[in-house]
Ligand binder design. Structure first.
Ligand code: KG4
Ligand code: ZN
Length: 338
C-alpha cells in the first residue's frame, strides 16, 4: 500500500494505492483532494502565497481523509510517494516537509516523484470504473497541463527521452488566458470546452504556431495574442464567446495532435499516452482517435486523474521505487526531465 502526496500547485492531495504482485499497475483505494480554486477563480489566476497558506491548513485533514476512505491506518502504509518538483516553491514545501516528517517519525521509506512523470503514470491506475489494460511500448507521451506541454518517447519504464516542449505558454495556460479575457473563471479549460460545442468552427481563423516546423516544440503565446486581437475588434457577445472558444480549442487540438502523430510515426510506436489537465478535453481525445493510425493504441487517464492528484504520484513511485533519505530530499521548483 502506497501513500501519495501532491502539493505542487493549488491542489492539496493525498491518495492510497494498492500494488499488485508483478507491479505492472496500481489499484486506486482512495484519492482525497482539496483545492483553493474558488479563491483563485476570484483573482483570475493562482496567487502562490494564497495557495501555500491554504495547503498548510488542508494537508493533514486530506491525508487523514485518504486513510479513512481506504480504511487503513498510517502504520499499514509501506512507503510514501511525494512530489518534489516542478511547481510552486511554497506549495511544494508544504507537501515535502509533511512527507519527510511522517517518514522520519514512522520510519517509512520516502520516494521522491517528478510531477511530470506522475501525469503520465495516471494511465497505470485501475479504478472502480476504469479497468487497467496493459500499455504496449514503445510509446509517445504527451503531457498537457496548465504549466507544461511536453512530448516524450517512452521505450520502456527505464528509457524515457524528452523530445520537445513549449517555448512559451503551456496549452492549458492558453485556454486559461484566452478564457480569462472572455470573462471566464480560472481554470477556463472546461468552460471553453463546454461553449465550443455550439461554436461555429469557421467564424474565426486562429494560427497554429510552429505546427509545421521540424522540431517537437510548441508555442502558444502567438495564438493567445491572435485571440486577444479578435476580442478587441467587436463587443463580446455570447455568440462570439462560443465561436472563439471553438476556434481556440480547434487550434490547440490541431497542433497537439499533429506534432504527437508526427513523433508517433517517426519512432514507430505502438501507443500514444496523454496526461495532464488538458487531456480531460474530449475534443482533443476525439481528434486523436479520428486522425490516428488504427494499429496504434490510445490511452488517457479517467478525467478525475487528468488534473493534479496524489494517486498519479503514488502510481509513478510504483515504477520508480527509489527510496531516498528524508533528510536529503528538497523541493525543486525547476525540476524537469533528466
Ligand atoms: O494538470 P493540471 O491540473 O495542473 C497543472 O499541472 O498545470 O492542469 C490544469 C490545466 C488548466 O490550465 C485547465 O484549464 C486545463 O488543465 N483543463 C482543461 C480541461 N480541464 C482542465 N483544458 C481543456 N479542456 C478541459 N476539459
Ligand atoms: Zn500537473
Amino acid at each position: 500500500m502506497l501513500l501519495g502526496i501532491e502539493t505542487s500547485c493549488d491542489e492539496t492531495s493525498a491518495a492510497i494505492v494498492e500494488t499488485v504482485p508483478d507491479n505492472s499497475y496500481v489499484i486506486l483505494r482512495s484519492n482525497s483532494t482539496s483545492t483553493s480554486m474558488e479563491l483563485h477563480a476570484k483573482t483570475g489566476g493562482i496567487i502562490p502565497e494564497v495557495a501555500a497558506r491554504n495547503q498548510i491548513a488542508y494537508i493533514l485533514p486530506v491525508i487523514d481523509d485518504s486513510l479513512q476512505k481506504a480504511n487503513i491506518s498510517l502504520d499499514q502504509v509501506d512507503a510514501i510517494a511525494i512530489t518534489y518538483g516542478p511547481g510552486l516553491i511554497g506549495s511544494l514545501l508544504v507537501g515535502v516537509e509533511t512527507a519527510k516528517t511522517i517518514a522520519l517519525v514512522l520510519d517509512k521509506p520516502l520516494i521522491p516523484v517528478n510531477h511530470l512523470f506522475g501525469h503520465l503514470y495516471a494511465n497505470w491506475i485501475e479504478t472502480q470504473t476504469h479497468k487497467f489494460t496493459p500499455i504496449p511500448f514503445p510509446a509517445i507521451g504527451l503531457i498537457v497541463s496548465g504549466g507544461h506541454t511536453d512530448l516524450i518517447h517512452i521505450e520502456s519504464h527505464k528509457k524515457i527521452t524528452w523530445l520537445g516542449g513549449t517555448k512559451d505558454d503551456a496549452a492549458g495556460e492558453a485556454f486559461d488566458k484566452i478564457g480569462r479575457a472572455m470573462g471566464f473563471a480560472y481554470p477556463a479549460g472546461p468552460a471553453i470546452e463546454s461553449l465550443a460545442k455550439t461554436g461555429d468552427p469557421h467564424a474565426f481563423k486562429l494560427p497554429r504556431p510552429i505546427m509545421y516546423d521540424k522540431t517537437y516544440d510548441f508555442s502558444f503565446s502567438g495564438l493567445k495574442t491572435a485571440a486577444m486581437r479578435e476580442l478587441q475588434k467587436e463587443p463580446l457577445s455570447e455568440k462570439r464567446k462560443r465561436d472563439l472558444s471553438r476556434a481556440t480549442q480547434d487550434a490547440i487540438a490541431d497542433v497537439l495532435v499533429y506534432k504527437t502523430l508526427k513523433a508517433a510515426e517517426e519512432f514507430g510506436v505502438k501507443s500514444i499516452i496523454l496526461g495532464g489537465g488538458v487531456s480531460a478535453n474530449q475534443t482533443l481525445k476525439d481528434v486523436f482517435l479520428q486522425k490516428m493510425d488504427s494499429h496504434i493504441s490510445f490511452f488517457s487517464p479517467p478525467n478525475m486523474l487528468c488534473t493534479d492528484n496524489a494517486a498519479m504520484i503514488a502510481a509513478a513511485a510504483n515504477f520508480y521505487p527509489k527510496e531516498e533519505d528524508p533528510l536529503t530530499i528538497t523541493a525543486d521548483p525547476e525540476l524537469y526531465f533528466d
